[in-house]
Design a protein around this ligand. Sequence first.
Ligand code: GTP
Ligand code: SPV
Ligand code: MN
Length: 642
Amino acid sequence: MAMPLWNEHDESYKEIHEIIVPHLGHIPIGKGDFHRLPRDVRHFIGHWVDILNPRTIYICDGSDDEAHEIISKLEERGTLHKLRKYENNYICRTDPKDVARVESKTYISTEDQYMSVPHVKEGTKGILGQWESPEVLNKDLEERMPGCMTGRTMYVIPFSMGPVGSPLSKIGIELTDSSYVVLSMRIMTRVTSEIWNVIRDHHEFVKCVHSVGCPRPVKWKVINHWPCNPEKTLIAHLPDKRMVISYGSGYGGNSLLGKKCFALRIAGRIAYDEGWMAEHMLIMSVTNPQGVEKFIAAAFPSACGKTNMAMLEPSLPGWKVQVVGDDIAWMRFDKNGVLRGINPERGFFGVAPGTNYKTNPNAMKTLLRNSIMTNIAEGDDGSFFWEGMEKEVDPDLMLTSWLGERFTVKEKGDRKAAHPNSRFCCPAEQCPIIHPKWEDPEGVPISALIFGGRRPEGIPVVMESFDWKHGVMLGASLKSEATAAAEFKGKVIMHDPMAMRPFMGYNFGKYLQHWLDFEDKPDLKLPKIFHVKWFRLDEQGKFVWPGFGENIRAIDWMLRRCDGEDIAEPSPIGLLPKKGSLNLDGINTDWNKMFNLPKDYLLGDIEETRKFLQEQTGTDLPKEILNQLSKQEERIKTMSTK
Ligand code: GTP
Ligand code: SPV
Ligand code: MN
């Protein structure tokens, strides 16, 4: 292969107020002091400036002044628009073709294919990560990257995932031509010039390159002042190089590269190499009425309730919840064998629809200032609006929908005011229940791990795994309805093992083995593993479980199990609450609907899951997972049919 695009050559870059790059000559520095950056960073920037050909370079320092300058520019251009009713809140509408993560254009590239993806069964299309050879990826990038920032500013964003300087944190640098990305990254990550010193001390940083793929003059009509290039979108990961290259999309996980690309796919691989875990999990603290606090981490697929659970307002008196993180957890066992977790992010990028003062009052209070909301609707009084807020606003409020349609709240009918994957992006520190230790460099001790998904049938509201191995199997068997967080349409139920299907950065078989191996390490205090499901429906299509703040009842049960209370009884699929052990005071639920086990359904489910895992993970599937599935199947077979 020709020298790949990402390999830095050796030319040195002149260190003055401009960069002299080998092919382009002088590139002015719009802001910042190139000359004071660490040498490796200068090389990284110089290399990519040479390829991308921006008009100017802007080295971000993360300050408020910087944000205000960029916001004013975006307001002038029409990309951002102030929501008058609040303090420093902005609304943004994307090109309607760029509204969610694009899983089909997301690739992992390593020399060794099987480091990235499993040996799928012949004839199967793998859905646990897509591999592309470095040769093919290089060709794809050669078609896209050269000159793609022509006429645009290239921002250099230094950021830390996790508290700056914490031993659990990692550093990244994102080069981007999107000022929306700059503003969002400074909410979602820690952007500061201190990063340069950390790099000088430790050297390592994850390289992130992002372009919207619209060099100027743009050859097509830019919609909503939101440049993007959906036909050519490509989200590429080079885990061996600790690098991400993203092209064509400006939204969410496609462009805020600290999030899924770095904190899950690249960090997942780093965690595998270094012996820790990077997971799609919230972290929350729960204090019971006796004043005892425990931390739990929960993995639910996209749009399945992590943000809601992390900020839950307990319906039971005397309980207290505090949030550490709502989407991603980095966890490692400390020298005492305790699993410790940090939230690598600094903000919440949460699903707007469904969020209201009843379901998630804490999120509502977090996003009243210093936030950016994308693809939501705006009220004529300068307020934000999305589906789920109908009962909390004036029915005569005139709205402008995310697509620019005009109607009042009461006229809305079936029309969508906000896109289903519209999101708020707000600073975590503004959350009224943010945990005082949310930035503790040591992380918080995790007592329980929870898996869950959105599926209508079969599985009980809450159960405990028999042991660690059984818990890993339950996680690997996770299924959920397709959501608007990615490009899927319709309500099809998909496998989403460990809530990580879209976020795997290395071979899923190795990932499962990595999880299983923790059981064999001496002296680790393994957390208990649970499975929950808030989304079981009855025959009428109604949720059998009230959810949201009432989920504290299931949490109460799980935490009492962590204390060893005798409130569980074995069932073929896991340990279920003994009848009466779940606090259901004051709610109207039907025990049988929540906990009955439909034998035929469960047998079919095991068979289908085994087939899925065998096809998708092939010879890389750990034997122990098959063993757990068989044992589960045998137990279900012995059930009587009711
Ligand atoms: P990502 O940010 O995509 O990873 O999503 P998430 O897992 O954080 O999901 P989130 O908490 O944003 O919830 C997504 C949707 O599910 C929202 O519309 C919520 O209102 C709804 N939801 C959350 N929790 C519950 C629950 O306990 N019961 C029911 N019925 N719906 C819920
Ligand atoms: C998810 O899809 O799980 C998200 C949104 O949290 S995004 O950042 O776009 O990945
Ligand atoms: Mn998520």
